[in-house]
Design a protein around this ligand. Structure first.
Ligand code: ADE
Length: 224
């Protein structure tokens, strides 16, 4: 899989993705990541990438032309299965969406900034508009890092053992059960006996029951 991220602030992504499981996946050659500075396609001497919105609203809008040039160049080199625009008015990102995207080959992610991007880029190029939650970030970079991390950890071979991705919260529409490590007693709190019993059947049952209990308490909407 390959992800190309288009951004006005490439440095922001270097630090977000340069120290994670994503970096390990790149090193193992299981995944390819390219960050593109929109400024490389900026207009004129000052490499302009944004301008005032028509209609007089506050803020700045990323211009159509630099984005169009960048998208044209990228798609001349390979075909993309998805061109994603990160935006608070997009469809909400879920584990289910991460699972589906982990099956794709090449993906472009466009990070908005300021007031967003010219609508014509959305009309002409974008195949998926995605939000990571009902709040507004200063740019799409953190959202692109969220999507990338949640997709890449699902690729075969990226995590040490596939068990740990399969038992994540949300993978079966349930939250994950509590986990413990040594010591068996800490500040008077003991690890549940069953987890130390060595009885794998009983442990599995306990994990299932705790997952259901936690989901009922915290996210009953997931059980519907
Ligand atoms: N850009 C700004 N806010 C965002 C959000 N909530 N999700 C995705 N991209 C965004």
């Amino acid at each position: 899989m390959r992800i190309d991220i288009i951004t006005a602030v490439p440095d922001l992504l270097d630090s977000l993705l340069g120290h994670s499981i994503v970096k390990r996946a790149v090193e193992k050659k299981l995944f390819e990541l390219q960050i593109h500075s929109l400024r490389d396609e900026g207009l004129g001497k000052y490499r302009q990438i944004d301008d005032y919105p028509y209609g007089g609203a506050a803020g700045m809008v990323l211009m159509a032309e630099p984005l169009d040039r960048m998208l044209t160049k990228l798609s001349e080199r390979r075909t993309y299965d998805a061109i994603v625009y990160l935006t608070p008015d997009g469809e909400l990102w879920t584990q289910n969406a991460a699972n589906q995207f982990s099956l794709k080959g090449n993906i472009i992610m466009i990070c908005g900034h300021y007031k967003g991007i010219d609508q014509r880029i959305r009309d002409l190029w974008v195949t998926h508009e995605i939000s990571i939650g009902d709040f507004v970030l200063s740019g799409g970079e953190i959202a692109a890092a969220v999507l990338t991390d949640s997709i890449v950890r699902l690729l075969p071979g990226v995590l040490g053992d596939m068990e740990s991705a399969l038992s994540d919260s949300f993978q079966d529409s349930l939250l994950a059960p509590p986990v413990y490590t040594r010591p068996s007693e800490f500040k008077g709190l003991r690890v549940p006996e069953v987890l130390m019993s060595g009885n794998f059947k009983a442990i599995e049952t306990w994990n299932e029951e705790e997952a259901i209990k936690r989901t009922k308490e915290r996210r009953p909407d997931l059980l519907k």
